[in-house]
Design a protein around this ligand. Structure first.
Ligand code: NAG
Ligand code: NAG
Ligand code: NAG
Ligand code: NAG
Ligand code: NAG
Ligand code: NAG
Ligand code: NAG
Length: 918
């Protein structure tokens, strides 16, 4: 009785063990690294018993292959010097060692491509080895704050490979050097906290347009310097702590920073007049301005926010209210020069004739201004005209640009005007004969009007031209931008479509390009995704080239450096094809595996577009099917988007159908054609099964059907299309595929539906049957439109042998099969969508035709562990929840599929961390 009970209790465990051992054959495990880690800590963490498997240790989580995915040891009172290298823990996603007393060097974590979170803050580390954070392509959080004894270290430039970074904390960590200008590489970065370090130099221009909300750069030992103009182009900014630095120049117009609630700029060297309404910004709650050299009126405070401006400032009054007209004029003049510090130091108070340097007065009126040899840049303000008593104006030997304002010629008392040795341009005003005017040493002056006349009041305008992002300086809502972008894209796509037809008509049989023609009329961000357990990805896993930091089921960001390397710096020789939105390059991994890299010049789509791009890719890199080309990863490099696909060496179906001679391909046999048609039908059917709420749309045409080594077809080029206003994982409706256009209702409704896909599939079948293009302008009108012509031919079954590709040479037994496909093509292109079959029907018609040739091959199109009852968004949520357990992709259903599809392994081999990943 007791024995039976024990046995019964043990049975599930035994079964589980058997399962586990079956699922994890001879895998490198993490036991030696973990036991070394334990031994390095003192005391050993509680619950890390040497007799138990490391996967059972407290705070350690493993995946189903017993690879460590997280280590959580925060606040355990631990000390010791950690292992120099943890980079063998290749499945590690989270490393939480914060709030202990670890010392010595930070462990090397290079190339841990799954690592998402690193918490090393509040310890006693003493150094950050060079390269420790290289190749962390999934990193989202890096926290190193409060390691007071670190040797000074710069922000590592390799961090720019971590393009998913959301938070970077390294306050009180002895960071030195300048802020690198790589923030364009971090579309997701929200929080940058680097207070209490020794950073120097300017704020990088790439802050502009970044998503940074929380910016803490206060209390640098020596001080950051330069202007803070870039803040005006950081629309997401909510908290800016810049106090205790050496910033100069004026506070810029922050009206675009609608979320800004906390602005701390005290204890700098800021100058100039506050922008109008600064203190009325909608979200603003706290502002500190103390101990700067701010000028002009004291800011008023209508909303009673917490506002301080004490200390050394140079305001004209002690309470809010306008400055005197002469002071206002002089401050406007200073503003055109960017409010130089030398002026701000003495131009204080409300009487310019009391101790202001560079000006002399008679009574209360300014009569001369002498700015000679002050290294002033900027422009000559037209406001000089308001100094009506001015007799002498010396501006010589500076770096002034722009033109000489006409208003200067109206100064009634002017006797001397010297503008020599600057960089002025434009036409010279006509001065009265009484004015002694000197202008030598301005090579462009009097030549042509190259310029911006006198400057305006705000020096902050001077630098605002260099905004690198589309979101900069725009108050248009993101939604509106998206709408505009998609309108432009639709327009482009229509142009491309017209060009496509035009080129086909012109080029006829000349063949296109040297390789695959991945011609696309396609919205940029709406990339085609693809899938499949195609040879490439599997080889990358099993042979572990180390080139691509692909990880299981992840959202695979790949560094531009890797892509440059494998495509030989995008050399011409590696071009596979060119499409409307980019060029496709062939790339070779170190083990010889080929990949295809599509490099798209994108319109700057801003952060919202980027988010959508990434969430779409998150879906598309996870969808897996043997008849869909695999999307292996992506790269965001500035405005460029690169997509990495499995390489399909046999080119496109279009090449085999229409250009086979030019390309040196043999004609496709009927058997090959039907097999390809079935492959495509299955791929599309699979997509339809996923697309219960969101549509998955493809450009279904022969140039987007790619052929592998074995001439099996995969659908390339599909993306998600929103069909509901709240469709979360999809972008704006984009163009239907070229063939989708041909569907009658598409023109009327513009809607992408599964029935539009069925129509497009019917057109593909017709091309397969006839060897002719859907649109061939070189033919007489009555034959140019394949669908119309072929459907007419179908009316009488006897016409079929004449209508099909004559090289097929039909004999009786193939003719029957050809007739069935022809009939299916007619059915799929029925005028009314409801009359068209669904893809399942097409699969049912085609599969017996293929099986007649290979009766032994039992095509078992598995759903690869995806629950088809879930909508796509639900499926995505499920996959995200499953992340970490690899249940989806290593499910037994997958490994049971045909041997021609090597299953995706459930883990990454150690060798994946080869230094090649850098
Ligand atoms: C940190 O390390 C230094 C030596 O590098 C040592 O003097 C100090 O006591 C340590 N501090 C803590 C909190 O462990
Ligand atoms: C800050 O860094 C500069 C070099 O950039 C160095 O000269 C200075 O001593 C450092 N200051 C502190 C407090 O570490
Ligand atoms: C400042 O605010 C006032 C009213 O609050 C408004 O009329 C004015 O246009 C604003 N000025 C600027 C430059 O935004
Ligand atoms: C911001 O203002 C709140 C009160 O409005 C205050 O409690 C808080 O300390 C302020 N923060 C800073 C950084 O001054
Ligand atoms: C100062 O200028 C005003 C006009 O702007 C004029 O009326 C006045 O006479 C001037 N005073 C002197 C001393 O020139
Ligand atoms: C000059 O002064 C007048 C009134 O004193 C004022 O309206 C005008 O805006 C000023 N012009 C400039 C360019 O400062
Ligand atoms: C990252 O920085 C390195 C060195 O600064 C540079 O060569 C590389 O192009 C950058 N990569 C990206 C993705 O920006």
């Amino acid at each position: 009785m007791g024995d039976m009970a024990t046995l019964r209790r043990l049975l599930p465990t035994v079964a589980l063990l058997l399962l586990l051992s079956a699922a994890a054959p001879s895998v490198a495990d993490d036991s030696s690294a973990m036991s070394d880690l334990r031994d390095a800590m003192s005391p050993a963490p509680s619950g890390w018993s040497s007799s138990a498997s490391y996967c059972k240790w407290d705070g350690v989580n493993c995946d189903s292959s017993s690879r460590v995915t997280s280590i959580s040891l925060a606040s355990q009172g631990l000390s010791g010097t950690l292992l120099p290298d943890l980079s063998s823990l290749s499945s590690l996603r989270t490393l939480s060692l914060q709030k202990n007393a670890f010392s010595g060097a930070v462990p090397n974590l290079a190339n841990l491509a799954s690592l998402q979170e690193i918490y090393l803050d509040n310890n006693n580390f003493t150094s950050v080895p060079a390269g420790a954070f290289a190749g962390l392509t999934s990193l989202q959080t890096l926290s190193l704050s409060n390691n007071f004894n670190l040797d000074p270290w710069p922000i590592p430039s390799e961090l720019n490979q971590s393009s998913s970074l959301v938070t970077f904390y390294a306050g009180n960590a002895n960071v030195m050097g300048t802020l690198p200008d790589f923030f364009g590489s971090f579309p997701s970065l929200q929080s940058l906290r680097l207070s209490y370090n020794n950073l120097t130099g300017p704020l990088p221009p790439s802050f502009a347009g970044s998503g940074i909300q929380n910016l803490w750069l206060n209390n640098q030992a020596q001080g950051l310097s330069g202007t803070i103009d870039v803040l005006s182009r950081m629309p997401a900014l909510s908290q800016a702590w810049l106090h205790k630095n050496s910033f100069t120049g004026p506070i810029p117009d922050l009206s675009k920073c609608e979320s800004l609630f906390d602005l701390q700029v005290r204890d700098n060297e800021l100058t100039g007049v506050m922008p109008a309404n600064l203190t009325s910004l909608p979200s603003l709650k706290n502002v500190s301005l103390d101990n700067n050299k701010l000028q002009g009126p004291v800011p008023d405070n209508p909303n009673k926010i917490q506002l301080t401006y004490d200390g050394t400032n140079s305001f004209c009054n002690t309470a809010p209210g306008p400055c005197s007209p002469q002071v206002t004029t002089l401050l406007e003049i200073a503003g055109a020069l960017g409010y130089p510090t030398t002026l701000a130091e003495s131009w204080e108070g409300n009487d310019a004739c009391q101790g202001w340097s560079f000006v002399t007065c008679q009574g209360k009126n300014v009569t001369s201004v002498n700015f000679s040899k002050q290294h002033f840049a900027g422009t000559i303000s037209p406001a000089f005209a308001n100094l009506t008593s001015l007799r002498s104006l010396l501006l010589n030997d500076n770096d002034l640009t722009g033109s000489i304002p006409d208003s200067l010629a109206k100064l009634p008392q002017l006797q001397i005007l010297d503008v020599s040795n600057n960089n002025l341009s434009g036409k010279v005003p006509v001065f009265p004969a009484s004015v002694k005017f000197t202008s030598t040493g301005n090579p462009l002056l009097g030549k042509s009007s190259s310029g911006s006349g006198g400057g305006g009041g705000s020096g902050s305008d001077a630098n605002s031209g260099s905004s690198p992002s589309a979101t900069n300086g725009s108050s248009v809502s993101a939604g509106l931008i998206a709408a505009i972008v998609s309108t432009v894209l639709v327009f482009l796509a229509i142009v491309l479509f017209v060009l496509y037809r035009f080129c086909y008509a012109k080029r006829k049989n000349t063949g296109i390009g040297k390789g695959k023609n991945l011609e696309k009329g396609k919205e940029v961000a709406k990339v085609n995704g693809m899938n499949g357990h195609g040879g490439v990805q599997s080889e990358m896993h099993s042979q572990s080239s180390g080139d691509l930091p692909v990880f299981d089921g992840g959202n695979v960001a790949i560094s531009i450096d890797v892509l440059r390397q494998v495509t030989d710096d995008f050399s011409e020789a590696n071009i596979l094809g060119r499409g409307g939105f980019g060029v496709v390059y062939k790339g070779e991994l170190h083990d010889g595996t080929m990949i295809a890299v599509k490099r798209m010049e994108s319109l700057a789509i801003g952060n919202k577009g980027l988010d959508e791009f990434q969430s779409e890719l998150a879906v598309l890199t996870k969808v897996r099917h043997r008849h869909l080309v695999a999307l292996l990863g992506y790269c965001i490099n500035g405005n460029e988007r690169l997509l990495v696909y499995e390489h399909m060496p046999q080119g496109t179906l279009a090449q085999h159908l229409f250009e086979c001679e030019a390309m040196g391909y043999p004609r496709l046999t009927w058997k090959q054609r039907v097999t390809i048609a079935l492959d495509v039908a299955r791929g599309v059917e699979y997509l339809h099964s996923l697309a219960q709420q969101s549509f998955i749309h493809r450009d279904l045409k022969p140039s987007n059907i790619l052929l592998g080594d074995d001439m099996r077809a995969k659908v390339a080029d599909f993306g998600l299309v929103k069909n509901a206003p709240d469709g979360k994982y999809s972008l704006e409706t984009r163009l239907a595929g070229t063939f989708g256009y041909l569907a009658p209702e598409y023109a009327a409704t513009g809607r992408v539906t599964t029935k539009v896909d069925v129509y497009a599939f019917g057109v593909v079948l017709m091309e397969i049957l006839t060897g002719r293009k859907a649109l061939d302008d070189s033919l007489p009108d009555d034959r140019a439109h394949l669908v119309t012509w072929f459907r007419r031919a179908l009316i009488n079954k006897e016409n079929i042998p004449k209508a099909i590709d004559q090289t097929l040479n039909p004999v009786d037994d193939t003719l029957e099969s050809i007739s069935k496909v022809a009939e299916l093509a007619g059915h799929c292109t029925a005028r009314e969508p409801f009359q068209r079959p669904d893809m399942g029907h097409a699969v049912n018609i085609l599969s017996p035709l293929v099986e007649q040739w290979k009766p032994s091959s039992q095509e078992d199109e598995d759903n690869y562990g995806i629950d088809l009852h879930l909508s796509l968004p639900q499926a995505l949520e499920r996959w995200q929840a499953d992340e970490g357990s690899t249940s989806m992709f290593n499910s037994s259903s997958l490994s049971q599929t045909q041997s021609s599809i090597p299953p995706k392994p459930a883990y990454f081999p150690d060798t994946f961390n080869s230094t090649d990943c850098r």
